[in-house]
Design a protein around this ligand. Structure first.
Ligand code: F6P
Length: 525
């Protein structure tokens, strides 16, 4: 890469794209113009253009679940038309958005108050996976837009410590629980919801309080009514919205409550702008396409095992965790669309932490480890907290890292540096190998003006669509998750054995012993 940059002063111009306030610099990659042309050929051979249209037009591209994939419709303006099963779904989308708008206004004004008449001050989202990670990430990312009168909490884990620690911080009279579950059957969510319900009734002394302190977001209206949630506080969504693609739907209710409806709509508008770009820009000028193809390049031609997401923005601290589900649950697949086992690699591990913290932890491996770890660096030009020199320092670290990863440090450079430090002879030769950085380590930089709702919408949609691009090239379905279902089945089967009186012998010796240890402990206490 050093040589390619030296040979071509226009490399940045050639290998960067802009969309409104978002810059995508992909010049620090192991690519030439020919590489890119070949990757674009690969996208054409995979019929990417057709697949994009099939997605946007509501074809049932999630074949193993027999569903359309229309999260893009959730961020479409009111005057658009998108068909699912022969029906324009945009009026439904906006009917639910209107419902969210009304409810948000009522909570903010105090019209939708708690059972004792006090204004809602705390919202608690109870949900897991796609019914939690998006709203959690977005509320964290958009904290500067958060209401000073509301605090947002998220409970996911079936580990009681999660809800117990959250409840400690809450006042029941001013707390609203939002039970977010597409299916409304997810074990963790329903268990936490029941615990929250019992806590509330215990504190406020009446079952009637539930109607004032619980809302639900679900496609399963039968189960929400069985739980006792006031139908007026039930927000629907549809089976054509995948869990991990659902933050744009009513699953985004905590976001709308926390940052306000106007800001929530800016988030949707940013995502829509990215969708329009994805749908209409030529492949070679298309951000999600290029980002996706670069992942394919490293995944399938260099055999990388992992990919880092490194936001230089503290507010994006949950973005890597959010992308872990989005990317790995979508494309961690081993069977193609025809049901055949693939003979090539699909998705790699995705991980990351905000900079500069990560620099003092795992960057060592990225710089000098034996494996290549491509990385996306994300950074805002302006900070929400312009204090002293903090932001310049943050960005100097970000830019210096991508430069260092690309350039590395040669033996000759390391030698000159050590000599300047006064080392020579054996001492210098002994230290020299440790001071060499191979360089040639790829990264992308996504630079934006400020982390506002619109920009966050663009960024999330960028990753959603790049995942789709990769799924098309890999010929896999990005929208099912049978691997997760397997875990749910197994836990349900094992639970009665943990509760039982009989010694368990039906599993392998490891599992039998683990179960019996717990059973014995439980029976003693
Ligand atoms: O973790 C698997 C999963 O099915 C996700 O895809 C989904 O987002 C999550 O569980 C929660 O499911 P639900 O919204 O139905 O409770």
């Amino acid at each position: 890469m050093r040589e390619m940059f030296a040979a071509d002063p226009n490399r940045f111009d050639k290998f960067s794209l802009r969309l409104e306030g978002l810059l995508f610099d992909y010049s620090k990659n192991l690519i030439t113009e020919k590489t890119l042309a070949l990757l674009i050929d690969l996208a054409h051979q995979s019929n990417l253009k057709d697949w994009i249209e099939r997605q946007f037009n509501g074809e049932k591209i999630n074949a193993s679940e027999g569903r359309a994939v229309l999260h893009t419709a959730l961020r479409s303006p009111r005057d658009h038309s998108v068909q699912a099963d022969g029906k324009n779904i945009i009026p439904d989308v906006h009917r639910v958005l209107d419902h969210i708008r009304r409810y948000t206004a009522a909570v903010h004004s105090g019209a939708a108050s708690g059972y004792t008449g006090k204004k809602i001050r705390h919202i608690v989202n109870i949900g897991i996976g796609g019914s939690a990670l998006g709203p959690l990430m977005a509320c964290e990312a958009l904290k500067p837009y958060g209401s000073a009168d509301l605090s947002a909490h998220f409970v996911s884990n079936v580990d009681a410590s999660d809800i117990a620690e959250t409840l400690k911080k809450l006042d029941p009279e001013t707390t609203l629980f939002i039970i977010s579950s597409k299916t409304f059957t997810t074990q963790e969510t329903i268990t936490n919801a029941r615990t929250a319900r019992a806590w509330l009734i215990g504190c406020l002394g009446s079952e009637e309080a539930v109607a004032k302190h619980f809302a639900a977001v679900s496609t399963n209206l039968t189960e929400t009514s069985k739980f006792g949630i006031n139908p007026e506080n039930v927000f629907e969504f549809w089976d054509w919205v995948g869990g991990r693609y659902s933050l744009w739907s009513a699953i985004g209710l905590p976001i709308a409550l926390y940052i306000g409806m106007e800001n929530f709509e800016r988030l949707l508008a940013g995502a829509h702008a990215m969708d329009e770009h994805f749908r209409h820009a030529p492949l070679e000028k298309n951000m999600p396409v290029i980002l996706g193809l670069l992942g394919i390049w490293y995944g399938n031609f260099f055999g990388i095992g992992s990919y880092a997401i490194l936001p230089y923005d503290q507010y994006l601290q949950r973005f890597p965790a959010y992308l872990q589900q989005l990317e790995m649950e979508s494309n961690g697949k081993r069977v193609d669309r025809a049901g055949h086992e693939v003979d090539y690699d699909t998705h790699f591990t995705v991980w990351g932490e905000p900079g500069t913290n990560g620099q003092h932890s795992f960057y060592q491996l990225i710089h000098q480890g034996t494996r290549m770890v491509p990385a996306d660096f994300l950074a805002p030009l302006a900070s929400h907290n312009p204090i002293g020199e903090h932001h310049a320092m943050l960005l100097s670290n970000c830019f210096a890292q991508t430069e260092a990863l690309m350039l590395g440090k040669t033996g000759a450079e390391a030698r000159t540096e050590l000599t300047a430090q006064g080392l020579s002879g054996n001492a210098l030769e002994t230290l020299l190998p440790y001071k060499i950085f191979p360089g040639n380590r790829p990264s992308n930089t996504l630079l934006f003006e400020k982390l506002d709702p619109y920009t966050l919408g663009m960024l999330v949609a960028l990753y959603e669509q790049k995942i789709f691009v990769q799924s098309v090239v890999w010929n896999i379905n990005a929208f099912d998750q049978w691997g997760v279902e397997f875990g749910k089945q197994l836990a349900n089967k094992l639970l009665p054995e943990l509760r039982g009186k009989e010694t368990v012998t039906s599993h392998d010796s490891s599992t039998n012993n683990l179960i019996n240890l717990y059973r014995n402990r439980r029976n003693v206490s």
